[in-house]
Design a binder for this molecule. Structure first.
Ligand SMILES: [Zn+2]
Length: 419
């Protein structure tokens, strides 16, 4: 009576997987000695296994491939999952073992075993495809700035090159976040943005089912910068040093707390004096182009208040829309409508605050942030009122202005601070 072996089904019921022997290592090379093509067998040469020409037994192959039948197709694999050519027999056999495991676990994807150039899951290739998708998503909606930031972030991600995105786990993300070169050459805020972008890439990959599991991303703490602002007195001192011809736009920025780009882009077609409102539908981007949306994407109606109404009344009538604030020093050749540009505004502003002996802050801080701080800390309005004036969509952003150091505010208001 012979021995009865358990069947594969029984073994698998016991939790023992039968080793699969599907697939084999081959070479399609032509033997340099006898000229036979692609007939090789594995030989043990004193402990070293080589793929030897089966015909003459004297030529060892140095180009390797795996042939494996899978889903009714014969697949020939010549590269590992990092896109590198198999360098020797050992590597090829290891890869074959891995492929057998993947098939058993139903995790075998032949497209992952391609050359670096054609493996779309390799980080550098995947990132290029991701950026193409993001370009198609963002560029038609005037979001070139966002797209450009993504491109510049992607340049700090070369550490992942050569890795298959399916194999990048939380551990690699942590190693990357802890790289000394990141913290040496980038600000905390930039690293935090970079991690945010990386998380976005992986979340996108997860939703597309390109990866099975979403790695966990570390949070980078960014200390909130102290809000710098001018009191009403300081702001008045600043306006005193602005040359008369440039005063309207600076007065407007101080009263309304517009983003400077919005003030530059405001044109007469968006002003309705009869109804007493104007609409912010455009802004001047960093690329110096007038864009048709403000940061909040909503066209906000703003009331025309006393000073602005008299300013508008004094504007010469025009049949075509003109910038509400025109820069008399603009170069008519390059800028026929005489829009103020952000660079020009900043230059005038810096000169004025230097002459006034005021602390150096940005134009945005001197107008928009200052208006918020004055409303809240000097005039006693609540955060909701500040939000309404600044047109923030939610209070979280506005809340920053309420958290400012009250001691400092007190000293500024009592006028006995030294800076
Ligand atoms: Zn041979």
């Amino acid at each position: 009576m012979g021995i009865v072996y358990p069947t594969a089904e029984i073994l698998s019921a016991w939790g023992i997987a039968m080793p699969s022997n599907r697939g084999r290592v081959i070479s399609r090379q032509k033997c340099r000695i006898c000229g036979t093509q692609g007939k090789y067998q594995i030989k043990d040469m004193g402990g070293i296994r080589v793929l030897m020409c089966a015909c003459c037994g004297r030529f060892p192959a140095n180009i390797f491939a795996i042939e494996i039948q899978w889903q009714k197709r014969l697949h020939r694999i010549t590269h590992d999952q990092a896109g590198r050519k198999f360098a020797n027999l050992q590597e090829t056999e290891t890869a074959l073992g891995l492929i057998r495991q993947q098939i058993q676990r139903k995790e075998f994807y032949p497209e992952e075993w391609k050359s670096a150039r054609s493996n779309k899951y390799l980080w550098q290739n995947y990132l290029q495809e991701y950026l193409k998708r993001e370009a198609a998503r963002l560029l038609p909606h005037d979001r070139k700035g966002t797209y450009d930031r993504k491109v510049s972030h992607s340049k700090h991600m070369t550490w992942f090159n050569g890795k298959n995105i399916k194999e990048i786990r939380t551990a690699q993300i942590r190693d990357y976040a802890a790289l000394p070169c990141l913290s040496l050459c980038l600000a905390d805020k930039t690293i935090s943005d970079l991690m945010g972008e990386l998380r976005h890439i992986f979340r996108d990959a997860f939703e597309r089912e390109d990866i099975k599991k979403l790695p966990i991303f570390p949070t980078i703490e960014v200390p909130e910068r102290e809000i710098r602002w001018y009191s009403s007195k300081e702001q008045a001192a600043m306006l005193e040093k602005i040359p008369e011809k440039h005063l309207p736009i600076f007065t407007f920025l101080s009263i309304y707390g517009m983003r400077p780009g919005e003030a530059c882009a405001l044109m007469t077609d968006k002003v309705d004096r009869a109804k007493g409102v104007f609409h912010l539908t455009r802004t001047l981007g960093r690329s110096r182009q007038i864009q048709d949306k403000t940061k909040t994407k909503k066209a906000d109606a703003m009331p025309i208040v006393d000073w602005f109404d008299s300013y508008l009344e004094a504007l010469p009538p025009s049949l075509v829309p003109l910038p509400v604030f025109q820069n008399p020093e603009a170069n008519p050749g390059k800028n026929p409508l005489k829009h103020y540009k952000l660079d020009a505004l900043t230059k005038i502003f810096k000169k004025a605050i230097k002459e006034a002996g005021l602390p150096g802050i940005t134009l945005h801080e001197a107008t928009r942030s200052s208006l918020a701080m004055q409303l809240y800390h000097e005039k006693g309005h609540d955060i909701e009122a500040v939000r309404a004036v600044l047109r923030h969509r939610n209070l979280a952003h506005t809340g920053r202005y309420a958290q400012a150091d009250t001691q400092k505010v007190r000293s500024i208001l009592s006028g006995n601070h030294n800076r």
